[in-house]
Design a protein around this ligand. Structure first.
Ligand SMILES: Cc1cc2nc3c(=O)[nH]c(=O)nc-3n(C[C@H](O)[C@H](O)[C@H](O)COP(=O)(O)OP(=O)(O)OC[C@H]3O[C@@H](n4cnc5c(N)ncnc54)[C@H](O)[C@@H]3O)c2cc1C
Length: 632
């Protein structure tokens, strides 16, 4: 029999089906019926706000007026704010820009001297380095994500596509068996390429990609639990409905390891299915298959890089906030979220009693991450009232990461660098590299040996504007893992003055990694002009990332269960306090941006997803019409 009715007769399932019907009705009424906006509030997506492209602004002084505008008491208090956003990462800027477009006056306060969080850049010895943007999926055509970004940046951010083979995976590096695989762009192309390379594994490959597609088609279920009332999510979960209704939850409740090992015994294929797990820094035995599936579909059509570098992102979004009467101020460390009778009233900037400035607003949005917000900024008695509070204990910060920034003499063309990334593994086991770094071994076990696993990006080769901005120079960035414990002893010392022992340790790691990079690219040896290493405590300093966890909260399998996913939401249960940023959905530029959409929807009590979808359809229709006109 094709369809077995027995499970439907089970009492729990019957109750589940009734609940599903009720739920469908509730969701339709609550989320797909547009509500009238109250008072002065506008629809941020009422019209297409892209304006004709303006040229790239290269002059640093002009850019600094936006990206480095420093906090002063006068600038922060000379007007009344409708909302204050803590942190200028993509989550914070996206929330602020949407609320500004809706008619609110928003103040963004950033601890660091530069705007953008992980989208900020730094310059040293004539080289410019991105901190946290290497490649972004979904921007090679007019997707919904691209429409959202266009609308909060006046359509001024331009994207360059990476090489068709945007990632290369190098296995058994520096050994006689070293081998390489390329990851191509295009729907279904990688699947077909894998089948060609591993014909005996056709079934495993087809099953894997079919599972990936199932998950990525069902992300609505993931987002939905973040907007439904928590009690309702708990009720639905009680009946096991999420798994029943959505492949996101049925497949997402399996670890990545479980899935790949059940599909194939071929070690290289397992590695290829999982090679990019470093993107969210959770090893496959602890991470959800759903997250890896989202990642594969995110990059399926290729990868893009912002022309002009990552700072173009904040540089183009801040004017949208300021045009609406808002302000984005740097060197503004928020030390406290102010409350009165359990309700948020504003924030305090600065630590010292004498110089601290209190700024008031009925709404405070935190892009600073859950641990910072609940453990450091909110008074403990208020924090404990929030349903989110238990997560500060049950979810740890993710693992520590390090970066090596390398400056080279010579153009990308001269040095043979391409718009691509390399994922380098010293063996073919998916997790062995990670285990070597983390499994209780001492630093000496890792140092002076090949670093077990890392990512290499070539930012200057990805940016078509680079050569005009930095003629005759190139850059490479390497990212890998490093336990916080390796460097925690120096965390309280002043940045850049942490002493010889710390410097020699990080230089030793940096040199080891550079030796491996130059093993792959021998011609680069004589071109290296500069290098510096950022450790977990560097990330802690510049991004306020707890324990150097650049991707915020750990991305373990539980994070994608309906229960935990529903607690990671903009509403905090504390009146006036909302969350945005990578802790709300997951790490990644687009997720942080979408967290802003969720957050602004929660603040405005309206469904901005609907409004965005309507505008997106119009934008696509207009662009199709203009294509037709051009052809005629
Ligand atoms: C090395 C690295 C590589 C990455 N590569 C990619 C990539 O290739 N593609 C991709 O899609 N994603 C990538 N990511 C991830 C992506 O950049 C992030 O997930 C996303 O940008 C995070 O945005 P956010 O708003 O959540 O937080 P952040 O960008 O971290 O911003 C949070 C901001 O809040 C500020 N803040 C914190 N506390 C306070 C306080 N008390 N007062 C004032 N300000 C405060 C911080 O200083 C910070 O600026 C990478 C990240 C890193 C670090």
């Amino acid at each position: 029999m094709l369809f077995n009715v027995a499970p439907l007769l089970d009492g729990r399932n019957q109750a589940g089906i009734i609940l599903a019907v009720f739920l469908g009705y509730y969701i339709k009424r609550r989320f797909f019926t547009s509500k009238k906006r109250s008072g002065k509030l506008k629809n941020p997506f009422a019209q297409d706000s892209r304006s004709p492209l303006t040229p790239l602004v290269i002059e640093q002084e002009i850019r600094n007026e936006i990206l480095k505008k420093a906090f002063t008491k006068q600038l922060a208090t000379e007007q009344k704010w409708d909302a204050i956003v803590i942190g200028s990462g993509m989550g914070g800027l996206s929330s602020a820009a949407l609320l500004s477009k809706a008619g609110l006056k928003v103040l963004v306060l950033e601890k660091h001297g530069k705007c953008g969080g992980a989208c900020h850049i730094f310059k040293e010895e004539g080289y410019e380095f991105d901190v946290g943007i290497h490649y972004i999926g979904g921007f090679t055509r007019q997707t919904l994500d691209r429409t959202l970004l266009d609308q909060i940046s006046d359509g001024q951010i331009q994207w360059a596509q990476l090489e068709n083979n945007f990632d290369r995976v190098i296995v058994d590096v520096m050994s006689p068996t070293q081998r390489e695989y390329s990851i191509p762009s295009g729907r279904g192309v990688w699947k077909n390429q894998l089948i060609e390379r591993f014909p005996e594994e056709r079934k495993a490959i087809e099953t894997f990609f079919s599972m990936v597609n199932k998950v990525s088609r069902q992300t609505k279920g993931w987002i939905m639990v973040k907007v439904l009332p928590i009690w309702l999510v708990n009720l639905i979960s009680l009946f096991g409905l999420p798994r029943f209704l959505s492949d996101f939850y049925s497949l997402g409740s399996r670890t990545l390891n479980d899935v790949i090992q059940s599909l194939t015994k071929n070690k290289d294929l397992q590695l290829l299915f999982a090679y990019s797990w470093g993107t969210y820094a959770e090893p496959p035995n602890r991470s959800s298959f759903a997250l890896q599936a989202l990642l594969h579909s995110h990059y399926e059509e290729g990868a893009s890089y912002p022309i002009g570098g990552a700072s173009e992102i904040p540089y183009r979004i801040v004017p949208v906030i300021e045009r609406a009467g808002g302000r984005v101020l740097m060197k503004a460390p928020v030390s406290q979220i102010l409350t009165e009778n359990g309700r948020v009233t504003g924030v305090r900037v600065g630590n010292k009693e004498s110089s601290a400035v209190d700024i008031f607003a009925p709404i405070v949005i935190s892009d600073a991450g859950i641990h910072n917000t609940f453990m450091d900024l909110l008074p403990e008695n208020v924090a404990k009232m929030s349903p989110t509070w238990p997560l500060t204990n049950s979810m740890k910060p993710g693992i520590g990461c390090l970066s090596v920034f390398i400056g080279l003499r010579g153009t990308a063309e001269e040095l043979g660098l391409k718009a691509e990334n390399l994922w380098v593994f010293t063996d073919s086991s998916v997790e062995e590299g990670f285990n070597k770094i983390f499994d209780g071994r001492t630093l000496d076990d890792v140092l002076y040996k090949p670093y077990p696993a890392f990512f290499i990006g070539f930012p200057s080769a990805k940016d078509p504007s680079w050569e005009s901005r930095y003629p005759g120079r190139s850059t490479i960035t390497v990212v890998s893992f490093a336990p916080y414990s390796w460097v925690a002893q120096w965390k309280d010392l002043t940045v850049k003055k942490r002493g010889d022992e710390y410097n020699s340790l990080k230089n030793a790691i940096g040199q080891q990694i550079i030796d491996q990079v130059t093993h792959l690219y021998p011609d680069l040896k004589n071109a290296i002009d500069y290098f510096s290493v950022g450790t977990p405590i560097t990330n802690e300093h510049y991004l306020n990332a707890k324990e150097g966890a650049i991707y915020g909260l750990e991305h373990g399998i539980e994070r994608f269960s309906p229960k935990q996913a529903s607690l990671l939401r903009p509403e905090t249960g504390v009146e006036g306090l909302f969350l945005c940023g990578q802790d709300v959905m997951c790490c990644g530029f687009v997720s942080a941006m979408l967290s802003g959409l969720l957050c602004a929807s929660a603040v405005l009590k309206t469904n901005l997803f609907n409004d965005l979808i309507l505008l997106h359809k119009k934008v696509k229709a207009a662009s199709a019409q203009s294509q037709r006109n051009k052809r005629d």
